[in-house]
Ligand binder design. Sequence first.
Ligand code: IPM
Ligand code: MN
Length: 352
Amino acid sequence: MKLNIALLAGDGIGPEVTEQAVKVSNAIAKKFNHTINWTPAITGAEAIDKVGEPYPDETHEICMKSDAILFGAIGHPKFDNDPSAKVRPEQGLLKMRQKLGLFANIRPTFTFPSLIEKSPLKKERIEGTNLIFIRELTGGIYFGERGRKDNGNTAFDTCTYKRSEIIRLAKKGFELAMKRSKKLCCVDKANVLESSRLWRETVKSMEKDFPEVEVSYEFVDAVAMRLVQWPNSYDVLITENLFGDILTDEASVISGSMGLMPSASVGTEKALFEPIHGSYPQAAGKNIANPLATILSAAMMFEDAFSLKEEAKLIRKVVNLSLEQSIVTEDLANGEKSYSTSEVGDWLVNNI
Ligand code: IPM
Ligand code: MN
């Protein structure tokens, strides 16, 4: 098979971790007789520095022409502490999601048996955790009307949702639940927010189309609590953009390191695969960042974008093997011997 993949390495550790995912993907392609054609494109701070814009049109065209997109991370500290900055790397990410129509962000949290002790939570609470958040990604407060009034002394951000946006997101949740344990949790704040009441009303109206799925409705604050108490009680969760942003960061560390969890952002046509973590600027260029989240994102890409299940399975298998044999970066090494980002990548390639 011929795979045309756009490669958006981005900022910070993005280039280092995507490099490992490319190496691993190429090794998989060689083994299974595929040809991967990678087309690199710029985003984030790198693109602002080069062309003054974090998601340039040329990058968008490359993404549109590709079958899938592998993305690293964007963000740079030089913009974070400058409230007057007119362009920010993060705007590139939001523009990219919107222009590519990536309305559903699929973020799993699962545990690795060999890393159970590394979790900040007790073993008995996390054993068997295998949940998936489907976060709405192109609506809500991220994209609503915002501004200042009263001479700049009052600020507002509005959260708006259309029924149609909720339906298309919830449909993904119901469909995924049908393939798993048929349990779906709709996370909202319907005791306070009108937009949440529309979410709940809409999801309820869809229950009849998926009679086998058992749907629970929970408030976001309660979910935040239960996620650290009994993460293994959840299966598929659907939620709006901002709640999903916060809860998926919380969930991502349950496995033991933020450097482990992959994600996919999907829409009607395009799909993008990226690690859940950010650009981790403190580690940039040091060859110490954990590449596994990006490598597991490449596994998701093989499976979801190209239906290449065996290829994805092999990536996950060697990743598990590396963890069992403690071929890990320093975030997982607990003061014992650690390996560099590229050494972990090389080890995986050799074992493929
Ligand atoms: C994420 C990030 C982004 C978000 C930022 C960088 C805009 O935190 O992908 O979760 O808030 O969506
Ligand atoms: Mn986030």
